[in-house]
Design a protein around this ligand. Sequence first.
Ligand SMILES: Cc1ncc(C[n+]2csc(CCOP(=O)(O)OP(=O)(O)O)c2C)c(N)n1
Length: 263
Amino acid sequence: MTRPAGSGARSPDPRSTPDPTWLERWRRAERAAQGVVDEHLRAGGPPTVAQVARLALRCLPPEATVLCSASLPVRGVEWYGPVRPDPPRVLANRGANGIDGVVSTARGLAMTGRAVVALVGDLAFLHDLTAWLEPARWPAASRNDQVEDRLALTVVVLDNGGGGIFSHLAQAEVLPADRFEALFATPQRQQVREVCAGLGVPLLEVGELAELPDALSGDRGRGPRVVRVVMPPADQERAILGALHEQIGAAVEAALGPAAGGA
Ligand SMILES: Cc1ncc(C[n+]2csc(CCOP(=O)(O)OP(=O)(O)O)c2C)c(N)n1
């Protein structure tokens, strides 16, 4: 950046004038925000992506690997995941955030011997059904049922009946409901359950958040399985999360006090 000619003024070196309150203020803001999300976790009601992500990442052991799918699951983990000193490893597919191939990625990770928990939306799950067909297609001679039986793979399907992310985007505001559903939300009915039954994939259904920790810990390492979390309709969840964001903002402002705006 060029200085005005002849001004001779030097902007202060930010490193030489540290604000002693800066770090403490960030910490206060962080504690306030985390407190609100913790309260939300205890709030009950239909499970939100914030609750599922926070609770899953809180109760999984450090040696677990979590694979996050687009679109709400990865946001849930990024925005509401707990802060802990020994977090599980969190991965997501690179690229244009496709919803394709997520279950296959999870299966590949599990085949390296890791305990893998994949958090996926219902459309992402339905987009990659061949991930479940693969072992059945292998000829008997090359199939290794022992490996398959030992896979510690849990695919958690956050089933909000279609592409929930789109309820958070502009098209939800401007399109009539039926057009929005047909073009973006693309809800599907009961398909996760039916597909699991058809493919012989063990399925556990979770209707209450409190059931999630047990669902994640049970039977790990006994072959791939699906945990379907029944989520509220996306527009209902959007309203809950909108209120949560407002509460976070208010708590952070209160924690920082009146000087916050000028700093
Ligand atoms: C291969 C591919 N097709 C389409 C999209 C566009 N897309 C982004 S998010 C999304 C909906 C995902 O729905 P779901 O997996 O149920 O997750 P949710 O939005 O409910 O979290 C779609 C279709 C994409 N990212 N990748």
